[in-house]
Design a protein around this ligand. Structure first.
Ligand code: ZN
Ligand code: ZN
Length: 132
């Protein structure tokens, strides 16, 4: 009789202990392998371009644009005096504000859906000098 009561008391305790142990192991894994957790979380955090990434995009004015200076974000023309951002790779241009608003939400060209790779617009000559 007493054994049964003891078992009834101990079993939930053992269960809790196992859960606690698993939890502690996960915590330990998270602290000793921070890079693994960062890789898992990265696609969630990195949805758009940061303001510093946007600054690296080439900026031109309307008069530098050749054919069809239309902004695909607001569907307005990019006039000669207006500043515009050019997406490296596909060379599509948009108003400075339109491009920044769009690209801070998703790193994709609104015209051709080209994915913006931050490595595309890192200046290769100055920032990336390789001594070898
Ligand atoms: Zn626009
Ligand atoms: Zn494009």
């Amino acid at each position: 009789m007493l054994d049964a009561i003891l078992m009834a008391l101990f079993l939930p305790c053992i269960g809790m202990g196992v859960i606690l142990l698993v939890y502690m192991c996960l915590l330990w894994y998270a602290t000793t392998h921070p890079s693994t957790i960062t890789i898992i979380l990265k696609p969630v955090i990195n949805t758009g371009l940061s303001p510093s990434d946007l600054q690296k995009l080439p900026t031109i004015t309307g008069k530098d644009l050749s054919a069809g200076p239309e902004c695909a974000v607001c569907l307005d023309d990019i006039t000669q005096e207006q500043s515009a951002r050019v997406i490296p790779g596909c060379n599509h241009a948009f108003h400075l504000e339109c491009a920044d608003t769009w690209l801070s939400k998703q790193p994709i060209c609104p015209v051709c859906r080209a994915k913006l790779d931050p490595t595309l617009f890192i200046p290769s000559s100055h920032d990336h000098q390789n001594p070898c």
